[in-house]
Ligand binder design. Sequence first.
Ligand SMILES: C[S@@+](CC[C@H](N)C(=O)[O-])C[C@H]1O[C@@H](n2cnc3c(N)ncnc32)[C@H](O)[C@@H]1O
Length: 204
Amino acid sequence: MITEYFSKNPEVRAKFIFNFIAPAYRKVEEKLKANYIVAMDKLAGAVPLRGKSVLDIGSGTGAWAVRFLDQKVSRVEAVDFSEKMLKVAAEQHPEIHFSYGNAEKLSRFEDNSFDITTASYVLHGVKAERREKMLREMRRVAKEAVVIHDFWGRTPVFVRFLEFMEQSDYKQFKKSFTQEMEAMFREVKVLPVRAGAAVYIGFI
Ligand SMILES: C[S@@+](CC[C@H](N)C(=O)[O-])C[C@H]1O[C@@H](n2cnc3c(N)ncnc32)[C@H](O)[C@@H]1O
């Protein structure tokens, strides 16, 4: 219901927004493909991916998750809290197992149960306190590294408008995310890619 857009609970708002835009996200995924390939190549240059198991959190329609298959990983699972995104994702990428999951409570996944946990354009959407919860959960579930593909540097104008509508935390995210990662991981690498993004890698 449209009233959910005006909810004071940011989780209710976010679910409404992502359920609302899910059908159009098929097209967004096509547009994102070239940038995501570049980002994945950069990641693969820094972290060997062949044979690894990967959990993608906030997978949307699977645009980021599917790029791991190009790298011959052994397994990709993906979770999202938008039922409509999950429906489109399963139609687009039947080779990936998508299921319902909340990034802040990954309790059905055991400690160290994937080599890599990852999230693309998810963590900028929430304030630092919730971001920390998500990162902690991702670190708990991962054995080797946590990979975040998200905003860095200059954000294109039309994207700034979308982030304004979403009331995301992308401005603060760009300022403080590297330090937030450094507070949690043994080593952090930030690899800028194109279109105002970077791949942030936290090694465990
Ligand atoms: C901007 S989309 C990005 C989708 C995909 N990762 C990509 O890069 O194309 C953000 C996605 O994160 C999901 N999401 C946001 N907060 C979440 C949470 N707390 N738990 C699970 N999914 C979440 C949304 O439902 C949405 O599908």
